[in-house]
Design a protein around this ligand. Sequence first.
Ligand code: ZN
Length: 378
Amino acid sequence: MKFPSIVPPSMRKAALALAIVVAAATSFLAQPASCAPRPSGELMVDVLDVGQGDSILIRSPEGKTALIDAGPSKNVVSLLRQKGVTSIDLLVLTHHHSDHYGGMAEVIRAFKPRVFLATNSSHTTSSYLKLLQLVRDEGIKAIGPTEAVRKIGLGSVVLNVLPQPPDNTKEENDNSIGIRIDYGNFSALMTGDSESRSRSYWLRTCPNMVRDCTILKLAHHGSRNGTDAKWLDSVRPEQAVVSLGAGNDYGHPHPETLSLLDRKRIPLLRTDLAGTISIVSDGKTWDVTTSKRGRSAELTARPKAHPSTHDPKVAAVSRLLDLNTATEQQLMTIPGIGPTSARKVIAGRPYDSVDDLHKVRGLGAARIAELEPNVTVR
Ligand SMILES: [Zn+2]
């Protein structure tokens, strides 16, 4: 690669190093798929239920796998195995805090990632240095974010690594790596535990990357310093998700964050209530399901109109949702039903009987099978 002669030698050296890294990243993409491709051509994003920490699994339609953070503990390995993960192409550590890399050494040993993406922030601890040593010992290619948006292809999915804010020596959260995932019309934004300084930096330096995302993972576990009105007005997510532990010591999610989302009418799914949050997209539409059935309903103001009863028969009937009156959020508490299907059900009103579901445009047999045991027409 040639550089114009006006570029000073020091910069040329840096640019050459960058070119090598970019070439390395590109060649990693050209390798064969790491596990079985998704026959449906869908991107899958799982916000894993790891307690108070983050771990987000991304699988491309071609079977490429990336993991952003590895939770507070080694439990993440068994969660990944349950999801059928056998290898990882790209492992990302957003920042050097243990609730994001507590299980990373075990992930590295179990899945031998091919590329490791982390910052060279000045915040280091002996446990982080030990992790870096393991990355070296395992011969994993280490790369970093750059000063411009860095695009990494995960099969047909593009991971846009946002420009790295200047190193903040006082607040490691502000050194978090931000990633926008793009697949067709679908996008998701993950920014680690970023606080206002790094979010302002991205709003200024790469506004297109932090605008109009389908899904937003709230930064810093729903802390008041991880979300603000200006950020939400730019990102304008259709759905917010957040990863945190039940009854955590930090009071996450903070009430200010919840009321802000409420004011902006942005629905929220929380791993502490809903378990693992699984989002699928074919690049045109998207859907979300959760591992804990019905728990997310506690969040979504499900009416308390049903009289409590000890008669199991009556209780079973009272849990059925009325096809003519159930809200989108209520329909989404049914396993396998996400917003796209819920909206189709609502568009198909009025219903004379549950059988009318078969007349709803675009609602497949699998979705109808999920709905039937859970709905009624009163
Ligand atoms: Zn954290």
